[in-house]
Design a protein around this ligand. Structure first.
Ligand SMILES: Cc1ncc(COP(=O)(O)O)c(C=O)c1O
Length: 311
């Protein structure tokens, strides 16, 4: 079977040959930034917004990247195009960019790093990982590990070193392997999941943690626009678990699954029927925007599972 291609430092190579140095600072120190977009109906969604956020992450972390955003977009399309036919009809692709500070020089000095490592790859959206929660609603748990404060590392930068998030997930999954994390900031305010933003509904208002503690998700921004277009007020601020325990609805939001209804926080039910009425309207508005029924698409992958097992 033909392999997917990967863009690596100026060349398109088969995935199995896309290798980088063991001395790359991304490998040695997690000295890297990344971004992730996806396709809907095989069409990239908000590609330019993701590339612009990648470049903001690069500027903040001072990555020595020479490629312009326009060239990055061009090379991204060159990766997507040959990889798309390898997808099934109901599949879509994740699009993943990684920029590292390059190979560690012998001096090991950050000042001697002049050539970023640039990787663009795709892989299928992992629908089976989240599909069943689309209708049941996810279980969410707050770990003791707090989100890195903005005074240490600005959460708006999408840095590849996810140890803060990974430790939070490990703690949550030790208690409930199927649960999702909802990290708090150092003051106990709601922050975000390891790979998603968080929303809840209170008295008809859509509430979400303020931008200073979180990655400013492109899904989050799109949902805020959709909610306002539906006439729903949106409140960004500092909230605590109390606000979610007493909420009418809640959901997680990220590129991979768009909107994932939440059923429980720390074992306590959130709201009633899942998805709640506003979550449902937002999912419908999202479907209209991207031209895909995101729930049906995810569920179709669950139906495939028993067949795959039988074979
Ligand atoms: C920590 C974190 N928060 C939020 C998000 C959601 O961002 P987006 O909607 O742009 O995918 C992500 C996405 O990977 C993330 O890693």
């Amino acid at each position: 079977m033909r392999e997917r291609v990967v863009y690596l430092n100026g060349r398109l190579v088969p995935e199995s040959q896309a290798v980088i140095s063991v001395f790359d600072r991304g490998v040695q120190w997690g000295d890297a930034v990344y971004d992730a977009a996806r396709t809907f109906n095989h069409r990239p969604f908000k590609l330019r917004e993701h590339i612009e956020r990648l470049y903001r992450s690069c500027r903040y972390t001072r990555m020595p990247i020479r490629l312009t955003p326009d060239a990055m977009e061009k090379h991204t399309l060159e990766v997507i195009e040959p990889n798309m036919p390898l997808l099934g009809p109901n599949d879509d692709d994740m699009i993943w960019w990684t920029v590292t500070r390059g190979v560690n020089p012998l001096t090991r000095s950050v000042l001697d790093c002049h050539e970023a490592t640039v990787i663009i790859c795709t892989f299928p959206v992992p629908f089976r990982a989240f599909a069943k929660w689309m209708t049941r609603g996810a279980r969410v748990v707050t770990p003791s590990v707090r989100r890195t404060p903005p005074q240490c590392l600005d959460p708006r930068a999408k840095v590849s070193n996810k140890m803060n998030h990974i430790l939070a997930d490990l703690e949550v999954k030790a208690a409930d392997p199927e649960a999702y994390s909802l990290m708090l900031d150092i003051h106990g305010n709601l922050a975000e999941n390891s790979g998603a933003n968080f929303f809840f509904v209170r008295q008809g208002q859509l509430c979400t943690p303020a931008a200073h503690n979180i990655l400013e998700g492109i899904t989050r921004a799109t949902i805020v626009e959709l909610a306002r277009s539906l006439g729903t007020p949106v409140v960004e601020g500092d909230f605590t678990v109390y606000d979610v325990y007493t909420a009418e609805e809640a959901f997680l939001a990220t590129t991979t699954y768009s909107i994932l209804p939440v059923a429980q926080l720390n074992g306590a039910p959130v709201g009633g029927k899942r998805p709640g009425p506003l979550t449902r309207r937002l999912i419908e508005a999202w479907n209209a925007l991207v031209g895909v029924d995101i729930v049906a698409q995810a569920l179709s992958h669950l139906e495939l599972e028993p067949l795959a097992v039988k074979r």
